[in-house]
Write a protein that binds this ligand. Structure first.
Ligand SMILES: Nc1ncnc2c1ncn2[C@@H]1O[C@H](COP(=O)(O)OP(=O)(O)OP(=O)(O)O)[C@@H](O)[C@H]1O
Ligand SMILES: [Zn+2]
Length: 654
């Protein structure tokens, strides 16, 4: 007799589908099934002998003998679908490597070798490091969350390595999440050189064969350590004993498209489900985590000093209000010269790629704008094109102003490319290593740049966001921070929190080893209160002040938010859809949820679509989610539903 299997299919519908199945089948295996006029690959979620539907179609092929997704991983995926109000089929599809989604065989092509030689560190652990390790291991292999709050260069990685070794001794696996691909090579090298175990990585730049291999080695327990970016949170690891999140404060743990999950939040759920400890490390804890420490949900462990004889760098400001010399003040150029002639490395941080952010007419008010987005176009010199950083659109720069027809077009402002040009005019004989998305597009380019820096020769490094955190360059003596003033103008209520984190992190790259480092920040807002804390490296005091402000305004982390975003080519449709949504939400009658909006997005138009936002906020997470579930069940009554694109973002950060 046929059984009935409930199958999750990767489609954007909150539904699963029943099929008949004649073959032997287990929960968690992949099946090929007919769906509409196609064959699709789905995952079996349940096996029953009855269905509420009749005229069921049959499973065409059972692809696996043993489950691809074990019980614990499935329960994490169910939890995620439920919490993020996202269809389970799409959630599962995010969690699987592409080759498994496509129905390829779940076989390992090439087992990575074990490291042949590991070496121990040549230094003694500090007392603070020892205390941290003991405290984490005292959790006795049960759920316990730790915030490892250590100043930049305090040796947090060493704490990760020792706790990981202790887990490996107990035959447990360890999952390490890092925010960016750029931080994986350094982390892998450190883990592989020290631990006698198979270390695999999972991130988006890996080719599909390697990704599948890593996934399967995690799944069958052959990999002792998995290091990866956010999607690695879903790696099946049967003997998982510890989760480590490095640079916890970083926003890249949140996915900003399709299934908008936050890997950091999910790691708490995963640790609870598996009943294991979780360690979140950073020099600049997020306000969310600090609040949890206050509520005694998380234990804070501190590393207050840099390792060895290193100390925190000296930080000073350069007032740019009277500066007329372009991006670099005389003082910064002078200091750069001094450090270079002493054989040191200097990093100049500027968070904008391209040559110049504005191309404009000096005679009238014309500016080069993207035809499809509400944004100015960035000039890229090496290709002589104007580029939109929102939609990727490109065009040739005009020669005469399209408005006043005069030949008076110029660039304004600085990006990494222009900074490189300016610097090479001052320092013709010094190597300049520019690291931004344009210079690291090719595979391995980033690794090569890092190797060049780590070789230690005197050079200038032009760094963007990609170099802001985590990197440990031993000969880097000075950091100059060029352009952070846009952070003061942002409308996002989290902007000052992010700015403080960025400043401390970037500063933290300087003077990590023998000699004291120096940091110089150029700004037109030298009187801003943030600098009282940054100059003295008092991040926690600043964060506490921000927490007080958030509490009095009842903003996150003291309340919970969800964002309903609608976008459409027809501006009115997008806005009106949200007005319909407000009526539906108000009918649900949950009083403790505040509805704010609809408001147009700060960037009104992207790729020809107009964006509107509706914010839901409540002190009570449960009622907020009840409201969203009910809303989702009735969404079909909204008349404009098929005229707009919309999504829900739970705990939005932008
Ligand atoms: N006990 C120790 N004695 C001497 N050096 C150490 C010790 N522990 C770690 N180190 C070294 O100190 C350097 C900084 O450590 P690490 O990169 O782990 O800092 P971190 O706390 O992660 O900093 P960040 O937050 O900036 O990433 C490394 O080169 C590491 O090898
Ligand atoms: Zn555009």
């Amino acid at each position: 007799m046929s059984l009935i299997v409930e199958v999750a299919i990767p489609i954007p519908l909150n539904k699963t589908f029943d099929y008949l199945c004649d073959d032997e089948v287990l929960v968690g295996v992949r099946v090929k099934v007919p769906f509409v006029r196609k064959k699709v690959i789905g995952i079996v979620l349940a096996i029953r002998d009855k269905s509420n539907f009749y005229k069921l179609k049959s499973v065409e092929e059972v692809l696996d003998k043993t489950p691809i997704l074990d019980k614990l991983t499935l329960s994490l995926l169910f939890w995620s679908a439920n919490y993020y109000h996202h269809p389970i089929g799409e959630v599962i599809s995010t969690a699987l490597p592409k080759n498994l989604r496509l129905g390829k065989k779940a076989n390992i092509k090439k087992i990575t070798g074990l490291p042949n030689q590991t070496k121990q560190s040549n230094f003694k652990l500090s007392d603070e490091q020892n205390i941290a390790i003991t405290q984490i291991l005292k959790s006795n292999y049960q759920y316990h969350a730790f915030l490892l709050h250590g100043v930049t260069g305090s040796g947090k990685t060493e704490v990760y390595l020792h706790t990981t070794q202790a887990m490996l001794n107990q035959k447990k696996q360890v999952l390490v999440l890092v925010p960016e691909i750029g931080l994986t090579p350094q982390m892998i090298t450190r883990f592989e050189s020290r631990l006698k175990t198979r270390v695999v990585t999972i991130h988006s730049q890996l080719n599909e064969t390697k990704k599948l291999d890593a996934y399967l080695m995690a799944k069958n327990g052959e990999a002792g350590v998995v290091i990866g970016t956010r999607s690695a949170i879903f790696s099946p690891m049967p003997n998982l004993g510890l989760i480590i999140i490095d640079e916890e404060h970083d926003n890249s743990f949140k996915q900003q498209s399709n299934f908008r999950y936050c890997a950091k939040n999910l790691s708490f759920i995963r640790a609870k489900q598996a009943n294991i400890p979780i360690v979140l490390g950073t020099a600049t804890p997020s306000l969310e985590l600090l609040k949890n420490v206050m509520d005694q949900k998380i234990t804070r462990i501190t590393l207050t000093k840099r390792t060895g004889n290193a100390t925190l760098p000296k930080i000073s400001l350069i007032d740019m209000r009277s500066n007329t010399d372009g991006a670099l003040s005389k003082m910064l150029i002078e200091k750069t010269k001094q450090y270079l002639s002493a054989g040191k490395q200097v990093m100049l941080f500027i968070n904008r790629r391209g040559y110049a952010p504005v191309y404009y007419c000096t005679q009238c008010s014309w500016k080069a704008q993207c035809d499809h987005c509400d944004s100015t176009m960035v000039y890229h010199r090496h290709i002589n094109r104007l580029k939109c950083h929102h939609c990727g659109g490109e065009k040739m720069p005009e020669h005469t102003c399209p408005d006043c027809f005069r030949q008076s077009l110029k660039v304004l402002g600085y990006g990494t490319e222009r900074l490189e040009e300016t610097l090479s005019s001052y320092f013709a004989d010094t190597p300049i290593i520019r690291i931004d998305r344009d210079t690291t597009r090719r595979k391995k380019a980033f690794t090569r740049h890092l190797e060049q820096i780590n070789a230690g020769k005197s050079c200038i490094i032009i760094g963007t966001q990609m170099l802001a955190k985590g990197h440990d360059f031993s000969n880097l003596a000075m950091v100059g921070i060029l352009d952070i003033d846009t952070g003061f103008l942002s409308l996002n209520f989290r902007a000052t929190e992010y700015l403080a984190q960025l400043l401390i992190q970037v500063s933290g790259r300087a003077g990590r080893h023998k000699e004291k480092g120096e940091v110089v920040i150029q700004t037109r807002y030298p009187d801003h209160p943030i600098f009282n804390f940054i100059l003295s490296s008092h991040y926690t005091q600043f964060a506490n002040q921000l927490l007080k402000q958030r509490l009095s305004a009842m903003m996150p982390p003291f309340s919970h938010q969800a964002l309903l975003c609608a976008n459409a080519k027809n501006k009115q449709n997008a806005e009106n859809f949200l007005h319909e949504a407000v009526v539906l939400l108000k009918n649900i009658q949950i009083n403790s949820v505040e509805i704010l909006g609809p408001v147009i997005n700060t960037i009104e138009k992207k790729s020809d679509y107009y964006y509107f936002n509706l914010y839901l906020q409540s002190n009570n997470r449960v009622t907020l989610h009840q409201m969203l579930s009910t809303f989702n069940q009735h969404i079909n009554i909204l008349k404009l539903k098929n005229k707009v694109r919309w999504y829900l973002d739970i705990d939005p950060i932008e």
